[in-house]
Write a protein that binds this ligand. Structure first.
Ligand code: DC
Length: 230
């Protein structure tokens, strides 16, 4: 069967990656979490003191971009690929609130986006990928055959993220998580370079009141119909 490109964009914590991973698994496609790539560059920026609570050295980070080597390595046990930065597994470190707080600032840097978009296009050039992010259907793969734009209310998304962090054992406060979600929505939607916006040919998918199974079933059936039409 002909392979297609599936682009899933949307606000933070809409559950894009959960559905994208399941879809990729069921279709035998590669899953690419592009948010993890922006998070990895942010972690690099923090580790090298280019970015922090009171520092913002964009020039320094841009000059060091060539030192960043990113790779996804498939973990058989977990059933998905983990993010590696210069040979180190950083999957856990990139999911902290510290990284979440700074990532939007790093994701607005044009040079960072150019580097990551190029890598993403290379990873998806053979099709058969499910890629999630903010600009996949608009910039990375404007010709993707199946585009989804996921939304849910900020409160629902913050609650999901809050529970995730709590389950990991992090010391978190719901209001702080909600504030972070709202701030990221604002920055992601209003930045100059590749702002988050729904592609004209994307279907909108509001999952505020939908369980995982229902979300998956709908998306999977939709994807199959698109594939059959190729
Ligand atoms: O999906 P996520 O929350 O892990 O993404 C982290 C940040 O990276 C998010 O605030 C926006 C940014 N991002 C982006 O600008 N473009 C993408 N394709 C993916 C993520």
């Amino acid at each position: 069967m002909q392979k297609i490109t599936i682009a899933i964009d949307g606000f933070s914590s809409t559950g894009k990656s959960t559905i994208a991973k399941q879809l990729a698994k069921s279709l035998g496609y590669i899953y690419v979490d592009t948010g993890a790539m922006y998070r990895a560059v942010t972690l690099f920026a923090m580790q090298n003191n280019f970015f922090g609570e009171a520092i913002e050295d964009k020039k320094g980070l841009v000059a060091s971009l060539s030192q960043i080597n990113l790779k996804f390595v498939y973990n058989d046990e977990l059933g998905f690929a983990e993010m590696y930065l210069n040979g180190e597994n950083i999957e856990k470190q990139i999911r902290t609130l510290e990284v979440s707080k700074l990532v939007s600032k790093v994701a607005v840097i044009e040079e960072v986006r150019i580097k990551l978009v190029e890598m993403q296009q290379e990873m998806g050039k053979e099709k058969g990928v499910v890629m999630d992010g903010r600009d996949i259907g608009t910039v990375v793969f404007p010709d993707a055959e199946f585009k989804v734009f996921m939304t849910a209310s900020p409160e629902k998304r913050a609650y999901r993220r809050y529970k995730e962090l709590l389950d990991r054992g992090d010391d978190v406060n719901y209001d702080e998580v909600l504030k972070n979600v709202q701030e990221r929505d604002y920055i992601d939607s209003n930045r100059e370079v590749s702002p988050l916006k729904q592609a004209k040919d994307a279907i909108e998918f509001d999952n505020s009141d939908m369980g995982l199974k229902e979300q998956f079933d709908r998306m999977y059936n939709y994807a199959l119909r698109v594939i059959e039409k190729q």
